[in-house]
Each structure stands twice: as structure tokens, then as C-alpha cells.
Design a binder for this molecule. Sequence first.
Ligand code: ADP
Ligand code: ZN
Length: 740
Amino acid sequence: MTGPVLQVAVGTPLMRLFDYLSPDDANGAARRGQRVLVPFGKRRRVGIICGVSETSDVAPDKLRRAISILDAEPALDADLMALLDWASTYYHHPPGEVYAAALPIALRKGTAPRAGSETCWRLTTDGENADRDAIAKRAKVQGRILALFDETGDTLGKDRLSAAGATWDRAIRALVDKGLVERITREARIARAAAVDRRRATPPEPTPEQRVAIDAIRTARGYNAFLLEGVTGSGKTEVYLRCIERQLENDRQTLVIVPEIGLTPQLVDRFEARLDCAVAILHSGLNDTERLLAWRAARDGDAGVVIGTRSAIFVPLARPGLIVIDEEHDTSLKQQEGFRYSARDLAVWRGRQLAVPVVLGSATPSFETLENVAAGRYTHLSLPRRAGAARQPDIRLIDLRHQPIRDGLTEPMRDAIARHLDANGQVMIYLNRRGFAPSLLCTSCGALTECRRCDARMVLHRGRNKLICHHCGAERPLPDACEACGTAELLPVGQGTERLESALRDLYPDRGIVRIDRDTTRKRGEIGRKLEQVRSGEARIVLGTQMLTKGHDFPDVTLVCIVDADQGLFGTDFRASERLAQAFVQVAGRAGRAKRAGEVYIQTLFPDHPLLRTLIADGYGPFARAAMTERRDAGWPPCACLTLLRAESPQRDAAFDFLRAARAAAVDVLAASGDDVTILGPAPAPMERRAGRFRGQLLIQAQQRGQMQRFLTPWRARLDELQQGRRARWSIDVDPVELF
Ligand code: ADP
Ligand code: ZN
């Protein structure tokens, strides 16, 4: 035998590992979790060693030799490997792609896990003893630099020293010349916020309810899952901060996962100002080096807290103590393409495996989490009241059937806006539809301008002077005439945020107006600037889409307007009403957060809709209980489990042939196992044609996870073999959050 055989996961769509001979120079040092460079076809690939064995099923002359092992220490530690193995099995996703998802891009490419070096400075012994006042009197910036060293007791880089003033570099050179400071080169790492930033934050005294929650989480030993249910502004973040402080005292790290849009500079500032530790931030806007830096800070234990979006659930932690999932109901916690995992569900698994508590926070918990509470698996903690002086807002429904409407706004809503602006309040207006108008109508023949590649209408964007499809991104210039009949009478129909903004500018020309949606926040840092305009009070009216619903703290907003409540009321997805209720409660929660009482105005064509009534009269909890009964009767999650098999192809038949073959294979598998699993479909997706592809799906329904998994494993193997699968693109989505 020529040495040990490595079982390697390589990024391919196959649900299997590949065997390689150990590299010549490995000295038997191969370990699970190390990255290894291997020949794959004609190319070289970076893979992960999943196992080492003495034998292989591959004939010895066919076995290729790995080129080199890239890590001295495994890039993925044993705990992470266990998490990823479980995820690959549970989500039926190829292990190579699952491991890749857990690695920063730089490491996927095979670079060493170092992040370059940086120049820094530190005090010399002379510097420590130098007369601060004398120096500060003659050279202000030098004085400030010495003060920074004194406050942090640390080695400082450019990022921190530049706080001393624009001429910091001249000042630091002067200090080096005097022998008070020395210049060194060290491996790049994340900086901790200076103590000056921290002194500003005096933590509020916890309310009795917060105290109960804090004590419960702090005294948890080992794994324990908590639902922290608290209306917006009830002080959930404050609870997290207190628990994290305790973790830091015990020298333990906390991992905090937030929704995509929740990771604002405001949130990061709040954490940095409060916590006496370095905070590592992980989100999709980072470049490869920044990401690697944060990943290493988590792994090496330099960061006391790691805050990140979804994929941060895979970050290695040197001394894990606590996992927090903020806004646990948010759909962005589920990856919707490729490796379709739920960061929330993986957090609970990881917490159990690491034996640390997991806190799921939300004002509007997902039904899945409520079900886990009902079953006694999670401990329920609740913050029923707002922290500080804030009260719940008054909610008013406006019946659109009995009100003339102009530019999307009824008279009572306009009056309310004017009243709040005059009383120096801030107004937030929610309309979950970007663009100018959602359709362009020909007044002569009645045709609506459609996307050529999707079953959808083109949305008019006036600012860019284009029609844009929100589903495939297709753009075309505004037509001069109707594409169907040639008449020039084209009418924009309906309201988008762009149109609403221009109407508001006409109505309130002297008030600061800020629009927050995907069109106005494309540039990096733009969302932060806009939020700052709202917080500083420069903007008096803020309008926008879903982006407004995510956890921002705007203390001066006194009125929230929901322009169109009916968008989600009659959705095709069984979760439509849950989502609508969540958006409602989240938006309404923006009103009156601080000392001023808030009002919420809601425009609807269906003021008697039972869902709206329950939600407004009794709140989210009773609404959820009522809606859960419907779910149980219909066999929908969380009262059952679902898996979705999606297929798409430019040829309609190719997608549906595959789905029909997949269904036949499912019937076979079930005949053998006798399990009670229901197969629904094939059916076209709710929007059948998208970006020129026809899309269909098969829905699998089972009573329990065990049943579902017993079915999926053999079925997935059969799918890989289907000839029809070569002509269609397909994917498996376990616990889908969207049914299309
Ligand atoms: P949530 O995360 O539930 O939206 P936050 O923790 O952000 O709530 O708190 C909302 C506001 O109330 C913040 O401005 C916070 O500083 C303040 N706050 C939180 N807890 C208290 C408390 N116990 N006393 C006074 N103010 C508080
Ligand atoms: Zn399109």
C-alpha cells in the first residue's frame, strides 16, 4: 500500500466524496477538516479532508495522488465538521458545496489563512513615562495620540490613530523621532473600539421583565433554547447586551446572527460602544481580506463578539458561550439558492452540540418557533411592554372603498401626516413596492406591458426612464406607443415608492424626505447615510419598502402610514398571512418608540377582514394561535414538514418530464418503505415562466422529520440517476420558506 487514503469533499454537485492517495510530503499528518489541493479532471481543486482510511473501493491504479495539504491546523474544526456533515445530510446538499459555504472565499481559493501584515505603533518605556501635559500643550495631536495609547493600553494601527486628527501621521513620526513611540509590523487583525467610545454609553437599568429574561439566560447551564418575544422597542437588544457582558466576564464569545438588512452601522456602534471587546463583523459587503480577518478573529478568540448575517453561523469560535438569533422570523435567515439552509435551525443544532444557550429574539416569532415553545422544547421569555416611557401606538383602519384617493393617499391619511409634521413629529410611510408604477396600461386597447421572459408585468421606473422587470431584471426603454395597438396613450397604473415620493415632495416641498428601498440604497454605505438622516431628524418623512421593517430604532417617529394593506392579504403561499402580520407589527412598532405617543394609519379595501381584525384588536399572539389552527387542519408547517423539488428549463417539457420521472421514483421508494408521505404535483410554479425558463415543482409532505428524511435519502439517490435530470436544472429545498 502507498500510504493512507484521503476521503475528500470537492465542490461538485455530487452527493459523494472522492478518494485520493496522501501527498508524498504529508508524513501521515492528514487530518479531518484540513484543506487539500487535489487534481480533479484536468484541473486542480481545493477540497476538504473528511476522513482518512487505509483502503479504498477505487482500484489502486486508478487512485490519484493529492498534491498537497494546505493547512497545518484544520481550517474546519471538529465541531464545525460535525455541524456541516449534519447539514449536508439533512438538506441533502453535496458535502463539497456545504464545506465551501463555511469557508471565507480566500480560503476556498487555497490561500494561507493569514490576512497580510500592517504597520502599528506602541508606547516605549520613555513614552509611558513622558509628561503628557507638557507635550499636549505644545503639540495637540501628539497629546491626543498619547491619550489614545493610555486609554486602550494597546498597540494601535492607522484606523485608530487617525481619530487623533488629520495630521496624525506627522505627529506619530515626531513621537517616533523623540523615542516615545515605536513602529512595529504585525499580522493584520481587527481593532477594538477605543475606550473613549465606550464611556458614552451608560446602560439603562433593566425593567423587571428584562431582569427575568437576563437571569434565565445567564443561569442556563449547557444547551438551552429561549424564545425572547418582545414587541419592538421592548428592550431585546438590551437583554442580549447584558447576557453578552456576562459571557465576556467568563471569557466566552457570543455569536449574533441578524437579518441581512439588520446589520446596520447603528447596531454595530451600539455593540462596540457597550462591550469591552473587539467585535468582528461578517456580511456580504466585505472584501475577501476583511472577511478573512473577521473569520480569524472569531477562530483565534480575538473577537469577544461576532455579529454577522446568515452565513456567519459557520464561523469557528475559539471559546463559544452563547448564540443569539435576532429577528428569528426573518426569511433572509434561510438561504434560498444553492445550499438552502436555515441559519436559525442550524443555530439551535450548533447550540446543542456546543452545549451553549441559544436565544431567538423577535416581536413576531415564526410559527415554527411558537410550535417549539408549545411543545416545551424552547423556554418562552417575554417582554410585553416597551422599555422606558414608550407606549403602544393607536391603530386606525381607513376604508379605501369610502374615501377619495389621490396619489395613493386618502384624506384622513394626508390630514394625519400634516398634523404630525406640524407637531414636529416624524412620519414613516410604508409601501412594499418599489419603482414608479407597477404597470403601464394602454388606455385604448387595455394591454399591460409585460416582460418578454417572465409571466409578469414590467414596472415603470421614471427616474431611470425605463421599464424594469423585478423578477429577471430585464430592462427596456419606455415605449412611445402601446406595443399591442400602437396608440400613444399609455397610463402608469398603481403606486410605487418612487411615485409616492414625488407626490410627497409636491405636498411638502419644505420637509426633508428620504426614500429607502433597493433602488436608493444600491451604493455601499448609502443605507447608513439615509438612516442617519432619519435619526438626526434632518428627514421629517421617511418612506420605503420592507427595508423599513427591520429593527431600526427611530425615536422621533410618531406616525406610521401603511399605504396598501391588501398586498399580502390574498397571497398564494400558505405563509402569506403570517408574513403580512409580521410586516404590520414590525412597521407599526416604529411609531412612538420614545417619549411621544404614536399613531398608525392603515389603508385597506377590506377593513372587516378577520385577520386584520384579530391582529389589530388582540395582537400578534392571538392572531398566531388562530392561524395555527388553520395550519394544523391543512397539514402545513409547523404542523407537518415540507420539501420542495424545483425544476426549470427553457423547454417546458424538459422540466415537467423530469418532475414526472421524479414522482414515479418517489412512488417506488414509498412502496418499498411503506412510509406515509404525500407527493403533490408536478405543478407549475406560481409564476411559471421566469427569465425565459419554465418552472415546475413537486411538493413532499410528511408528518414528521424522521419520515421525511427516511424518504429523502433514497429518493435523492434516485434523482441523481434520472436521465431526464440532465435536461433540466433542479434542486431540493428542505423546509422551504417560499413555495416558488
Ligand atoms: P428592541 O431590541 O426590543 O427593539 P432595544 O433594546 O433596542 O429594543 O430598546 C429600545 C430602546 O429602549 C433603546 O433606545 C434602548 O436604549 C431603550 N431601553 C432598553 N431597555 C431599557 C430600560 N430598561 N430602560 C430604559 N430604556 C431602555
Ligand atoms: Zn422578467
